[in-house]
Design a protein around this ligand. Structure first.
Ligand code: OFO
Length: 163
């Protein structure tokens, strides 16, 4: 059985994951308007993943005999400055999510809740992957350029994301 404190923290994380999806959907609206269909596709795969992360936590709370409480999801920003700005903002967001996951893990350790610790290992690995992928995209954009043919090339590459 989950403690009330851990249950509340997991509920907050469900909300944070759904906000991630909401943020990325908002970024898609900007990317589509800029005709960056590859970037938009990449972000759409990401938004779906975020819903999956929320559901993973949702199911876990139930498996542990807890109660999920869904709270309103904060509205995301709707204006973005540039494609590179979008990816940088996504990385900054993921760094904040990583901090949240680590705090959750520390709470699970302090409460000696081993099943939650094991479940969170997956999220800890996932955050490493998410940050690295975004850093790679930023690195390529900084190296190749963020306009004209370079941007078209990166857009094409991002459009190939399958999962
Ligand atoms: Fe759920 O990993 Fe991104 O936010």
């Amino acid at each position: 059985m989950l403690s009330k404190k851990l249950q509340d923290a997991l509920n907050e994380q469900i909300n944070a994951e759904l906000y991630s999806a909401y943020l990325y959907l908002s970024m898609i609206t900007y990317l589509v308007a800029e005709n960056l269909v590859g970037f938009a596709h990449w972000m759409q795969v990401q938004a779906r993943e975020e819903v999956g992360h929320g559901l993973k936590l949702f199911d876990f709370v139930h498996e542990r005999g807890g109660r999920v409480t869904l709270r309103p999801v904060q509205g995301p920003p709707s204006a973005f400055e540039s494609p590179l700005g979008v990816i940088r903002q996504a990385l900054e967001h993921e760094r904040q999510i990583t901090k949240r996951i680590h705090k959750l893990y520390e709470l699970a350790v302090s409460q000696k809740d081993y099943p939650t610790q094991v479940m969170l290992h997956w999220f800890i690995d996932e955050q490493v992957e998410e940050e690295r992928t975004l850093e790679e995209i930023i690195g390529r954009m900084e190296m190749a350029g963020t306009q004209g043919p370079a941007l078209v090339m990166i857009d094409r590459m991002l459009g190939e994301r399958s999962e």
